[in-house]
Design a protein around this ligand. Sequence first.
Ligand code: ATP
Length: 237
Amino acid sequence: MSKPLLSVSNLSVSYGKVEAVRGVSLEVFAGEIVTVIGANGAGKSTLLNAAMGILPAVGEQAFDGAPIGRLEVEDRVAAGLSLVSERRELFSSMNVEDNLRLGAVRFSEREAQSRMAGVFDRFPRLKERRRQEAGTMSGGERQMLAMGRALMAGPKVLMLDEPSLGLAPRIVADIFTIIEDLRKDGVAILLVEQNARAALNAADRAYVMELGEITMNGRAADLANNPQIEQSYLGLH
Ligand code: ATP
């Protein structure tokens, strides 16, 4: 295989004295959907936030062959890494277009317009609602808007933290279709999910995280058929 786009190795993240992520190594290659599954509190969000530069971390982090461990969030975005956080973090009193524009602040208005047209092609629903305030949109629409805003920056790797959280099953299916379309269009995906079954179905490779550590990794299809994984993570869905 070629070199990974995103790689973290021996990454640790602490909140005060509590080490929430311990010695984690993970890679995402171009063209891949990679998922991290694990129980509540396993450290999945902490891992993504550290890779994005939102939380300080110890260990090595590289993107596209260059070290990024010392880079601020906006420089990681410029390098091609974006995160849609669990909280989605939209500006609820701003409309769809203005929220999207915030994803492309480092580009000219003309460039932002052309990127927005691309986002509207992918999410026709957002185009219909371009003047609607984000705070009045449904959960699924807000998730699409948060993904659209991240895509405005033109990421090579898009990290998604619990994109299906709180959404009705039909909308969850739409979100997973979008994730697969993104991969086809050349955006590699790092997906954190509690909906382990859906995540393993969509992913090429998977990591299992328990109490801050990666305890298993491999082909998603193999993990989906692993009795231990089935018992721990697939029973409820
Ligand atoms: P969830 O799916 O519930 O978000 P997770 O796997 O994403 O779980 P994290 O949110 O990364 O897990 O949390 C990992 C651990 O770090 C947990 O024990 C959590 O309580 C702790 N933690 C998370 N955020 C903070 C914080 N801001 N301050 C202190 N501890 C935190």
